[in-house]
Structure formats: C-alpha cells, structure tokens
Design a binder for this molecule. Structure first.
Ligand SMILES: [Zn+2]
Length: 98
C-alpha cells in the first residue's frame, strides 16, 4: 500500500467542517497566519507528515528529529487531526500485516 493513498484515505475520514461558524473559521485562519510567519506552512507539514509518522512508527524520537513538525502539530489543530488520522491508519495497517 502506498503512503500517499493512506494520506488521502486519512484525509477523507476527516469530518466536514461546514458546521463551523464563520467567526471561528476566521479566528482560526488568523492564528494560522500568525503561526506561518515563523513556522512551516500546513502544506509543508503535510508533505512531511508521512515521514514524521513513519519515524514515529520506527520508534524513533520523531519530535526530536523533526521538532518543527512537532511544534506545528501542537499549535495547529487541523494538522494534528491529519497526523492522528494517519497514525491511526498506519497502526492498523501494521497490525493487519502481522
Ligand atoms: Zn497546520
């Protein structure tokens, strides 16, 4: 199984966000904008998320190897959800394989 497919699957599992009030969305975007000044963007995080999760699955200290990603996951709820969904998918894949 291809990791990109896993990511896409993980992404599709995320619940739709249309019930969020506009205020909340705007506030959230402002937080993201501020975070983006110094941190990696969500797209950059997203492109490295599979690496990060794989690192973690290998029982390496992913937070130490990729501290910027860990930092971003702490402040960005959206990426954190992607990360958790991906981790969940991969953990199940691992288990099925064994
Ligand atoms: Zn993000």
């Amino acid at each position: 199984m291809n990791i990109r497919n896993l990511i896409q699957r993980a992404r599709r599992r995320l619940t739709p966000r249309e019930e969020l009030p506009n205020e909340a969305v705007l506030g959230f975007l402002r937080v993201l904008e501020n975070a983006r000044k110094e941190e990696l963007t969500c797209e950059e995080i997203y492109s490295k998320l599979d690496e990060y999760v794989e690192c973690e699955m290998d029982c390496k200290d992913a937070a130490r190897v990729m501290p910027l990603i860990r930092e971003h996951l702490d402040i960005c709820h959206e990426c954190c959800e992607e990360y958790e969904a991906l981790l969940d998918v991969l953990e199940h894949t691992e288990r099925d394989r064994n």
